[in-house]
Design a binder for this molecule. Structure first.
Ligand SMILES: [Zn+2]
Length: 475
């Protein structure tokens, strides 16, 4: 296949150049000023921009392949590789999960981390609100080493979540060392994104410093009123760690609101504490910024904010927050929480060692699952000019691959995999919102994975050429 008449952005950050790109099988065979051969099937790119397919380094798509093998949410925004097993949770055991994806592929490439909480709860069961004993830690190391053997990129933690939060720094560091010894790396939803943010960053940096392996601060955010405006301080801290040899990087999504559980707002587990609830609503996310995406005990609350529900119940919002958590005990709930401000986000998006992630699902309630990459390209590159286009494409492709240890993807280069996105930088824009989270973006014309087209003009093709991406063997 020869894709002609395109502006090539090769993922290195180099400026666009007009040309063509040839694909042979699943690989890029040539790039630049190419002459048509009789065997070529020609795709006219219509003057649009051709870039490496985007690599989503923090994705929850791995939970949704069974129902959504076409991965419309991902391919419609130009994503060709998703990295799952995030926030401390991964399928266990990983080997059969990856083998079944290799036998029955989905539309996108898949790489996985091993989840710390997954390993932890195998050993501790429901008794996870404590640090592991030395014997349990030894068993966790054995399990982790085995999981790493299936080709995982490294260890992921979700230390703000209940199952991981009680792990001591020593426990996490000891397991991180196992991932490092296996040639892996570390990615983390850190221990706190609000109250204990700075110690949480120190913990991440300590893991990078002691183990020597690359560490990634995942879905970076400044998510508490009293630390708003301190993105510069964070980036200076990361820069200074890098200057001393710690391989720290980050990923970030372009929204001022996150999605998680109501319970994550109370990391110490004091869910009944109304005083703490008042602190949460004052500092972490206001009651009118907490929008329920799902609430199993009473589905009529779905789509309403805690402020609206409090008004319905004639209650104080803090009392309502505590009551909602109590009512959802043992049931499922999710919440979208507004906690960040624009100036911090723009600084995080611009940091040269930070790449873009969605943190999204294939059928989630947060618009990031469908909108992330077009949102960055439309709103932050074109409209606000936070980062030049070629540099942002690098952050979505080559840098993303480097930050999680994926080889031969993320650049337009002969011999590399033909993961490609054809898009219009003039029109690309997200349309997904919390009210309409699955609205398709505009401006993403076509997406190819391993040389096979998976998306064209608003529709999936039904092809499932995705490959399992495993950690490169230890040298
Ligand atoms: Zn997370």
């Amino acid at each position: 296949m020869l894709i002609t008449n395109v502006q090539l952005l090769d993922g290195t950050g180099a400026p666009a150049r007009a040309g063509s790109l040839r694909v042979a099988g699943d690989t890029i065979a040539g790039i630049g000023d190419l002459t048509r051969q009789s065997s070529d099937s020609v795709v006219d790119g219509g003057g649009l921009t051709l870039a490496p397919g985007f690599i989503d380094t923090h994705s929850h798509a791995d939970r949704g392949f069974a129902g959504h093998p076409d991965a419309l949410a991902a391919v419609s925004q130009g994503i060709t590789t998703v990295v799952g097993g995030q926030d401390g949770g991964s399928p266990y055991p990983l080997a059969p999960f990856l083998d079944s994806l290799a036998r029955g592929p989905v539309a996108v490439n898949v790489a996985m981390y091993v989840g710390h909480a997954t390993i932890r709860t195998l050993l501790l069961g429901n008794d996870y609100r404590r640090t592991a004993t030395p014997a349990e830690l030894d068993s966790m190391k054995v399990l982790l080493r085995r999981e790493m053997g299936s080709g995982a990129l490294g260890l992921s933690t979700g230390l703000e979540y209940e199952e991981g939060h009680s792990a001591s720094r020593e426990e996490v560091l000891a397991l991180a060392q196992v991932a490092a010894d296996s040639g892996g790396r570390y990615i983390s939803h850190v221990r706190s994104e609000d109250r204990g943010f700075w110690p949480a960053i120190d913990e991440l940096l300590e893991i990078g410093r002691v183990t020597g392996m690359p560490v990634q601060l995942s879905h970076a955010k400044i998510a508490m009123r009293s630390i708003w405006g301190q993105a510069d301080r964070l980036l200076a801290k990361l820069d200074s760690a890098r200057a001393k040899g710690t391989k720290v990087t980050l990923d970030v999504y372009p929204y001022l609101y996150w999605q998680s559980t109501l319970r994550v707002l109370f990391p110490e587990g004091n869910y009944g504490d109304v005083k703490e609830a008042r602190f949460v609503l004052d500092q972490v996310s206001p009651a009118d910024g907490l929008l329920l995406g799902r609430f199993e005990p009473d589905s009529s609350y779905t789509g309403k904010t805690v402020a609206q529900i409090a008004a319905l119940r004639h209650q104080d919002p803090a009392v309502t927050l505590v009551a909602l958590i109590k009512e959802s005990e043992g049931k499922s709930e999710s919440v979208i929480g507004t906690s960040m401000i624009e100036p911090d986000l723009e600084k995080l998006l611009a940091w040269p060692f930070g790449n873009i992630c969605t943190d999204g699902e294939l059928d989630g309630r947060h618009p990031r699952g469908y909108g992330t990459f077009p949102r960055v390209l439309g709103r932050y590159v074109r409209e606000r000019q936070v980062v030049p286009l070629a540099e942002m494409i690098r952050k979505m492709s080559a840098l993303a691959a480097a930050n999680v240890g994926i080889r031969k993807r993320g650049r337009l280069e002969p011999g590399w995999y033909a993961d490609l996105v054809l898009f219009d930088p003039v029109t690309v824009l997200d349309h997904a919102t919390p009210q309409d989270p699955h609205a398709l973006s505009t401006g993403i014309a076509r997406t190819w994975v391993n040389g096979v087209e998976v998306y064209q003009d608003g529709k999936v093709t039904g092809a499932h050429p995705g490959q399992v991406v495993r950690r490169a063997a230890v040298p």
